[in-house]
Design a binder for this molecule. Structure first.
Ligand SMILES: Nc1ncnc2c1ncn2[C@@H]1O[C@H](COP(=O)(O)OP(=O)(O)OP(=O)(O)O)[C@@H](O)[C@H]1O
Ligand SMILES: [Mg+2]
Length: 336
């Protein structure tokens, strides 16, 4: 059986509340909280489960909140390897104002990790048995963890022979990639801001995606573009995988569902283009669901057929001229 290990360096307990109206002073009477285990890699593990696969979620966590995250994952039948840390795991709060349907997301910094703590995570990867076939590292890095942490995973991937998939942004993305990194999955904004480049035309984004591969920072770059689908670049060039049009529930979890489907596709022997089509379908399926719910398997399967249809013929060529791809994306980012 192929083995997938996900890594979340900055996990969170996500608390979801609803309140009729957010206003200052006075008490805001909320609904009963819903607790969801969160953080990039943890979400990828949860989406893999929903798509019928399995993985192990590796994460450093501490205190009663850390234990709560692990217990919630166990309830979803997700195997975990929790590395205990001294500080308490963070708790993020997500409030839906029901009168306006606006969502407020309060994200706090994660706990500070000591050197011995993040090194224990590296040790867990170095000694994981059986050896993972894929390591999916996703999300931000908490205080105390060196900004080149994901780069260190690339060295480990060469040592142990697993394929490394990274989904991160900001400084960690700038310091990521190089020999040993199999796949990078930034979205358009993350890719361009990591280049200090605010160009947004399709050919410019396509060139930036291809440049990641040509510079040897990864073997495959998948650049997601919201409603615009995704670009996939490798040594064979850059292709565009369009997304189906779907009714919007909530954008939360689109990227993580996409990464989950890509890795599942790959472990099941799909080509990279097929795996990214599956990823685009899962991302779009996640957008259809409400709030914290990730992609559903039946939606994903149905949308995969649609994506395949969109890709037949010339559908997957990267447009030579500026096309509506990016313009389509802007309102999506603005809307949600
Ligand atoms: N409005 C939309 N309509 C259809 N599909 C969408 C939409 N938004 C996202 N998707 C699907 O989800 C995939 C990933 O979305 P996106 O590019 O927004 O990822 P992301 O910015 O990394 O998301 P996240 O905020 O979850 O990290 C897209 O490639 C697409 O398949
Ligand atoms: Mg993302």
């Amino acid at each position: 059986m192929t083995n997938i290990l996900t890594l979340t360096m900055n996990p969170a307990l996500d608390v979801f509340l609803e309140v009729p109206l957010v206003k200052p002073a006075g008490k805001l009477r909320c609904t009963k909280p819903v607790y969801i285990p969160g953080g990039g890699g943890i979400n990828v593990s949860r989406a893999i489960r929903r798509l019928g696969g399995s993985s192990t979620a590796l994460f450093p966590a501490g205190g009663s909140i850390g234990n709560h995250v692990a217990a919630l994952l166990a309830r979803e039948s997700i195997a975990t390897n929790m590395i205990p840390i001294a500080e308490e795991t963070r708790e993020d709060v997500n409030v839906l104002e029901t009168e306006s349907r606006l969502e407020y997301r309060f994200i706090v910094p994660g706990p500070k990790l000591g050197v011995d703590e993040w090194q224990r995570v590296l040790h867990a990867i170095r000694t994981a048995s059986p050896r993972p076939d894929y390591l999916v590292a996703s999300g931000s890095l908490p205080p105390g963890v060196p900004v080149d942490f994901y780069e260190r995973l690339a060295a480990l991937s060469l040592e142990r022979g697993f394929r490394l998939i990274i989904d991160t942004s900001g400084e960690p993305l700038r310091h990521t990639g190089g020999k040993g990194t199999f796949l990078l999955k930034p979205n358009v904004g993350e890719l361009m801001s990591a280049r200090d480049d605010d160009a947004v035309s399709d050919p410019e984004v396509a060139r930036a995606a291809q440049a990641l591969v040509d510079a040897g920072r990864c073997e495959v770059a998948v650049v997601s573009a919201g409603a615009g689908g995704a670009l996939v670049a490798d040594r064979d060039g850059t292709r565009h995988i369009p997304a189906p049009v779907v009714a919007i529930g909530s954008r939360v979890g689109a990227g993580d569902s996409m990464v989950a489907a890509i890795v599942l596709g790959l472990v099941n022997g799909s080509s990279i283009d097929e795996a990214v089509m599956f990823g685009v379908a899962a991302g779009s399926a996640a957008v259809m669901t409400h709030r914290h719910e990730l992609c559903r398997l039946d939606d994903t399967k149905r949308l995969l057929d649609e994506v395949r249809g969109l890709c037949s013929g010339a559908g997957c060529r990267v447009p030579e001229t500026v096309t509506p791809l990016i313009e389509d994306v802007v309102p999506v980012f603005a809307e949600h």
